[in-house]
Design a protein around this ligand. Structure first.
Ligand code: PLP
Length: 405
């Protein structure tokens, strides 16, 4: 079969691939614990569901404007005022099929072949492939000190004449690292000086812990005119537990939004009206679910970190937000792919290999599931890796005998 160069350069999303693997094992009746997930388990807000149902019952389910329905744009304008203290117009907003599509059309609107987009490493698995889909090149920026927090200097060393954009995802998937106010201020200023687009992927910005407050990038922008190259991405997927609704958005200058709308108009048209109405329901409705989710995640994080700290060989950096922890298992196995496969095969616990996020030896462990899953999952991992644990483990009435240590 003859495939395009781009198609041949793109690999399957590892998280989606792992989800499929877990589903197949579960269908077989295997008691899989999924610590690889990227979605909260709470219910979508009732206001979202009712809004979608009301629209469906009306039978008025038609095409929407390619950049989103006015009612949702109104809610996003209010959201932007509340969380970014910034007044924007409907023409500054595009609603897309998830934050993923919003980022993708933004990149398609700004990147030429060979140009570069930079992002801190470890990074969300989709950024490199999104760059490739544009014929462009994704460049990970590693912190010189080996931490999850690169500095402006780390970026300066990688920026060249091909650099067109920087993506900052804070708090970060997969590490949960929230970059400091100073770093955000520095990077906003740097991008303005260098005339580089800055994409703030703020999809997890409200899911932060230990009393932190969301950081508003606009506070550090000198240029808030229609020439600004700042693009802010957000959506309902994570904060409202509405991953399957596929609604995200971008806020940017009008010219760029127009270009993104032209692209999206030919790609998918506007997202489904049912799902946009659901997003309006979520944004305008009772907000307590977001805080409940945040508190649950913070508690889950604390439980997970305590459990991981009981491993002698695991190095953990406490996540500042999200529902991911990126733990260093290299004392046990240098190849994260091998280790992840080993854990699913031996103890039916699903984790995501760090290599997929640009850092070998690590595993991404999600804590968006139940405390029971987190506790039992980590116990199983510990049993599989720790030579001091007993030789046998019961999973339900199945007896596992360890013959590999
Ligand atoms: C960093 C990051 N950005 C964007 C997205 C996409 O979110 P959505 O489900 O709204 O497309 C994800 C989803 O996992 C993510 O982790």
């Amino acid at each position: 079969m003859s495939l395009s160069l781009i198609a041949r350069s793109i690999s399957a999303s590892p998280t989606l691939r792992l989800n499929e693997k877990a589903a197949i094992l579960r269908e077989k009746g295997d008691p899989v614990i999924h610590l690889g997930g990227g979605e909260p388990k709470s219910m979508a807000p009732l206001d979202a569901i009712l809004a979608a149902v009301t629209t469906l019952n009306s039978g008025e389910v038609r095409y929407t404007p390619a950049d989103g329905i006015p009612a949702l744009k109104k809610s996003i304008i209010r959201y932007t005022e509340e969380f970014y203290n910034r007044k924007v117009s409907p023409e500054n907003i595009i609603v897309s099929g998830g934050a993923k599509q919003a980022i993708m059309v933004a990149l398609q609107a700004i990147l030429n072949p060979q140009e570069e987009v930079l992002y801190p490493a470890p990074y969300w698995v989709s950024y490199p492939d999104m760059a490739k889909l544009c014929g462009a090149v994704g460049i990970p920026v590693y912190a010189e000190d080996g931490s999850f927090y690169p500095t402006l200097k780390d970026f300066e060393l990688k920026v060249g004449s091909y650099t067109k954009a920087i993506i900052i995802n804070s708090p970060n998937n997969p590490t949960g690292a929230m970059y400091s106010e100073k770093f955000i201020a520095d990077i906003v200023d740097f991008c303005e000086r260098k005339d580089i687009y800055l994409i703030m992927d703020d999809i997890y910005h409200r899911l932060i812990f230990d009393g932190r407050k969301p950081i508003n990038c606009y506070n550090y922008a000198k240029d808030l005119s229609e020439k600004s190259k700042l693009i802010v991405i957000n959506g309902v997927s994570k904060q409202y537990a509405m991953t399957g609704f596929r609604i995200g958005w971008a806020v940017a200058n009008k010219k760029l939004i127009e270009a993104m709308t032209n692209i999206q108009g030919h790609q998918t048209s506007g997202p489904s009206v049912l799902l946009q109405k659901a997003a309006v329901g979520a944004l305008n409705g009772i907000q307590s679910g977001v805080e409940n989710l945040r508190v649950t995640l913070e508690n889950n994080r604390n439980v997970l970190i305590d459990l991981l700290n009981s491993f002698e060989g695991v190095k953990v950096t406490k996540p500042d937000g999200t529902f991911y922890c990126f733990a260093d298992f290299s004392n046990y196995e240098k190849s994260s792919n091998k280790l992840s496969e080993f854990l699913i095969d031996k103890v039916m616990v699903l984790t995501v290999p760090g290599k997929e996020f640009g850092m070998e030896g690590y595993l991404r462990i999600s804590y968006c599931g139940s405390i029971k899953d987190i506790t039992e999952g980590i116990e199983r991992i510990k049993w599989a890796l720790d030579p001091n644990s007993p030789n046998e483990l019961y999973i339900g009435d199945r007896k596992l005998v360890r013959d590999w240590l």
